[in-house]
Write a protein that binds this ligand. Structure first.
Ligand SMILES: [Zn+2]
Length: 323
């Protein structure tokens, strides 16, 4: 199995990509076995003009700038190093998304991980914390592993992940969260008539989920009085046509009752996603579409895309201090 970890920079501009700056990985024969090989590659930042708050704290940032290669070269070396390995794992699912994004950005073939384990999810299951997102440093601390390597270094984090995951059993890897199907709530929508509501354009986003998590998208206003209401989950049909995703969410104005908000995300030719959000008229057609979509899946909005990084502590010590 290959355990990988990435560091990246989201920047502050509109280019919707988490630019990978560091690929670190370790090879193990099996979970619990020793680390038999390592991979480490720095990538020179070229996409965003500014570093986001998480990237600015990366201990190897100067090395990425001075010694870094290009992403296509790093990826080529990484593919060669991986060989015909089919099983991969990473602490959380964000790394897989970032690698897909970057390959797409550079028009490289996608990086196939035929078997992918979200080791954070498996670990949380193993320690009886299903559904939580325990930070890697907490798991390291819990196991009494000496933290002699600095965090936020992709290779070090991959090593830590391999060490804390030594306790995992095959059944932990196989565990999947049970999808809670919420019973169909019977909502009585408001029968008040209201003028046609504006459609707001939002974007660009890296994927439809990012759009659905956007704060503007999640703050529909009552079409009668304008009261803003926050929503945190959307219903959607997972079998929507490619390049498009429609989300619906009911919301309630304290004075005027229930309404629906609709978010339509569409993929542009450059691979970015843009959305239109509105409060549609409660026509029969709208309600029928909502009723259909409500039987699909539920998306619980995540906060910002860098949540993984923010939850981790500042590095314990920098490499520079060690030298
Ligand atoms: Zn109202």
């Amino acid at each position: 199995m290959i355990i990988l970890d990435l560091e990246w920079n989201r920047g502050y501009d509109k280019k919707p990509i988490e630019e990978i700056l560091h690929i670190g990985a370790v090879k193990i024969d099996h979970l619990g076995g020793p680390i038999v090989d390592t991979f480490n590659s720095y990538i020179k930042p070229v996409i965003h003009a500014k570093m986001d708050i998480g990237a600015r704290k990366l201990p190897q940032l100067d090395d990425y700038r001075e010694l870094g290669t290009t992403f296509p070269r790093a990826m080529k070396a990484f593919r060669a190093w991986c060989g015909d390995e089919t099983e991969f794992g990473s602490w959380g699912g964000d790394d897989r998304r970032a690698i897909d994004q970057n390959c797409k950005y550079y028009r490289l073939p996608s990086f196939e991980m035929p078997v992918f384990h979200d080791l954070q999810r498996a670990y949380c299951h193993a320690v009886g914390a299903d559904g939580q997102q325990i930070a890697l440093w907490r798991a390291v601390d819990y196991h009494g592993i000496p933290d002699i390597f600095c965090y936020h270094d992709a290779l070090h984090d991959a090593m830590y992940t391999a060490l804390v995951c030594q306790c995992l059993l095959p059944e932990d890897l196989a565990w999947k969260p049970v999808k809670v199907k919420r019973g169909r709530r019977n909502i009585t929508f408001s029968d008040l008539t209201y003028p046609k509501q504006p459609r707001r354009r939002i974007g660009p986003f890296v994927d439809p989920v990012a759009g659905a998590s956007d704060r503007t998208a999640r703050k529909p206003c009552c079409p009668i009085c304008g009261e803003a209401v926050g929503i945190s989950r959307w219903s959607y049909d997972p079998k929507c046509k490619p390049g498009q995703q429609v989300y619906y969410a009911p919301f309630r104005c304290s004075e005027h009752g229930y309404f629906l908000t609709r978010l339509t995300m569409a993929e542009m030719e450059d691979g970015t996603w843009w959305g239109r959000v509105t409060v549609p008229p409660l026509s029969e057609e709208t309600v029928r579409q909502y009723t259909h979509i409500q039987q699909g899946e539920t998306l619980i909005c995540r906060a910002a895309s860098n949540s993984k990084r923010r939850r981790r502590p500042r590095k314990k010590r920098s490499k520079k201090n060690d030298e």
